[in-house]
Ligand binder design. Structure first.
Ligand code: ADP
Ligand code: ZN
Length: 443
């Protein structure tokens, strides 16, 4: 097995924990330089010596997205602005944006984590890497770019969209690896087919890196079959840099979370108490190697679990399971708690439909309904409409068995569901009644 940084990736657990403890204390000291953490820790009497073991992290308060917003723009900055060389921020359409600052050290450390991640997924300096992702304030563009360069691949900073141009770039330069969000890849595939091209025959692609949004295992397998490649899951969030936080290795059995750079906790989102390995809860993360803006015990709202046991690749860093959703993605319909990924899991197993779907919640005759709209697969001929009813019925049953609420399933023409520019918008809530908002457990 080859490693990007063998020593750090294969440390003994106890040595990794020792490193985490040192870095956590240094992080705490650094964070205390910021106005926000400085005041908070002072008021609670927290000092670096309060931390005697990694588990002592539980003595520290959580940080939420709201805390970042409330302290916009510089409240969490822990160094002189003169040392900061870049910021990334969310769009901020719904209030203050969340902004994250980086020093030269931080950018360097992030690039290294990104290179380590890509290397673990089998990418090498001989690859031609096309980054199909927005550049700018969004972290996916530059985050990947620096990692690709650090690894030494020939990088193509293609940016997002314009599928014909993406295909041309792939063909002109012999792209072997590409990064894109999973919801875009189905559309890119359609453009190949519409132009009489086959990605398996007409490109040199062998690997796709997919992430930034939730997707199911079935969706991944579909993407792999369409393109004839291996597709690796990439997880990150801007508060923890962006991409390069957790990544699948070539075994594709969970995402190694780089524990020399982050402390990961999984907590029960209601009690905020830790849950044992293997159990699903909310992911809470702490930066260990960020100078400009350390973030401590950040509640990501992502739901996942630690996969117990060791990975056959030899990396000691524990593995996160695929994100099943965010605490704020969940909706309640007919008294049942539903995550969009449960619906996706059913749809992606049906060969008659494509990956384009959306869930519309709507009040019809005073009743809240869940309407699942999904586009038919391109290969289905007009004859298919005869089978429409049978397929729709089957999907209604399968979705009801999974989420316990009966949906209305609409099979729609390929291309008819509006596409979003960035990450896919899976749920549209048009409900006017509030009756269904009462939380009732279905199980
Ligand atoms: P936001 O989407 O909150 O504006 P980011 O662009 O930082 O900000 O996105 C981070 C979020 O995207 C994560 O918290 C998670 O919900 C989602 N995400 C990122 N990568 C993945 C992945 N591989 N699988 C599922 N969800 C992901
Ligand atoms: Zn592994």
């Amino acid at each position: 097995m080859q490693f990007w940084e063998k020593e750090l990736e294969t440390l003994q657990r106890k040595d990794l924990e020792k490193l985490q403890l040192e870095r956590l204390r240094a992080t705490l000291a650094r964070a205390s330089q910021s106005a926000y953490y400085g005041n908070l820790y002072k008021s609670k009497g927290i000092i670096p010596e309060s931390i005697q073991s990694v588990d002592d992290i539980r003595k520290l308060p959580f940080t939420t997205k709201q805390d970042l917003r409330d302290n916009f723009p510089y409240g969490l900055l822990a160094t002189d602005q003169q040392n900061v060389i870049r910021l990334h921020s969310s769009s901020g359409t719904t209030g203050n944006p969340t902004v994250v600052y980086h020093t030269k050290h931080d950018i360097d450390s992030w690039a290294n984590l990104m290179a380590r991640s890509l290397f673990a997924a089998g990418v090498r300096d001989t690859d031609v890497f096309q980054n199909i992702c927005g550049y700018g304030l969004f972290t996916g563009g530059l985050g990947f770019q620096y990692g690709i360069e650090r690894l030494g691949c020939l990088s193509i900073p293609a940016g997002a969209g314009n599928s014909l141009r993406q295909i041309k770039l792939m063909q002109d330069y012999g792209t072997t690896v590409a990064h894109a969000i999973p919801s875009y890849l189905g559309r890119l595939y359609d453009v190949f087919i519409e132009n009489g091209l086959d990605p398996q025959r007409d490109t040199k692609l062998h690997t796709l890196v997919i992430g930034a949004e939730p997707h199911t295992e079935a969706q991944r397998r579909r993407i792999e079959d369409m393109f004839g490649v291996k597709a690796y899951n990439s997880f990150g969030l801007s508060e923890m840099n962006g991409p390069g936080v957790a990544f699948e290795c070539t075994y594709q059995n969970g995402l190694h979370i780089w524990e020399d750079a982050f402390i990961v906790e999984i907590v029960n989102p209601d009690t905020l108490e830790p849950v044992p390995d293997g159990e699903v809860g909310e992911l809470v993360m702490t930066t260990l190697d960020r100078h400009a803006m350390p973030v401590i015990r950040y509640r990501t709202r992502d739901l996942t679990r630690i996969i117990p046991g060791e990975c056959s690749c030899g990396r000691v860093h524990r593995r996160l399971d695929r994100i099943t959703g965010r605490t704020d993605d969940m909706f309640i319909i007919k008294g049942c708690n539903v995550f969009p990924m449960q619906v996706e899991g059913i749809l992606m197993k049906a060969s008659e439909v494509s990956s384009e779907y959306r869930i519309i919640l709507e009040t019809i005759n005073d009743v809240d309904e869940m309407i699942v709209e999904v586009e038919l697969n391109k290969d289905w001929s007009a004859d298919f409409w005869k089978e429409y009813e049978a397929v729709a019925k089957r999907l209604v049953h399968e979705i009801r068995d999974e989420v316990l609420a009966k949906p209305i399933v609409k099979l729609v023409e390929p291309g008819s569901i509006p596409k979003s520019e960035g990450k896919a918008i899976r749920v549209i809530d048009k409900r006017t009644s509030t009756v269904e908002q009462v939380i009732v457990s279905c199980t």
